[in-house]
Design a protein. Structure first.
Length: 126
């Protein structure tokens, strides 16, 4: 019985969005997948937080861009999956993540661009 795995939460490339990726569970043993978001701590149950996305067999989604996250706040995400055998929701600490949502992406590159051209050298140049 292979459940979801490799859940990753990271800042997306531009704007106030968060990129979520995962390997979906097998469609034989699981009937639904949900990802939830909170602002304080990881969601404790499927009814305790904002629903970000849901998927059902054949589980075609492996990534999702959350554009509803609030900028300049830490967003906590957790993936829940419903077992087909008893309709119970399950999750684990491996299926959660958090990220500071920025207003814009590529922060380091934008800071680099603000420097005068004189300072744009690689470490090895003299």
């Amino acid at each position: 019985m292979a459940g979801a795995s490799d859940f990753l939460v990271q800042r997306a490339y531009e704007g106030a969005q968060v990129l979520l990726t995962w390997v979906p569970p097998d469609a034989v043993n699981y009937t639904e997948l949900r990802i939830l978001r909170t602002k304080a701590m990881w969601p404790a149950s499927v009814d305790s937080a904002a629903l970000v996305m849901t998927d059902t067999p054949p589980f075609s989604l492996t990534e999702f861009s959350d554009r509803q996250a609030t900028p300049l706040e830490v967003a906590y995400y957790k993936l829940f999956q419903r077992r087909a055998s008893d309709d119970a929701w399950e999750t684990s600490d491996l299926l959660q993540g958090k990220v500071l949502v920025l207003e814009t992406g590529y922060f380091a590159e934008k800071m680099w661009a603000l420097l005068p051209q004189l300072y744009h050298t690689t470490d090895g140049e003299q």
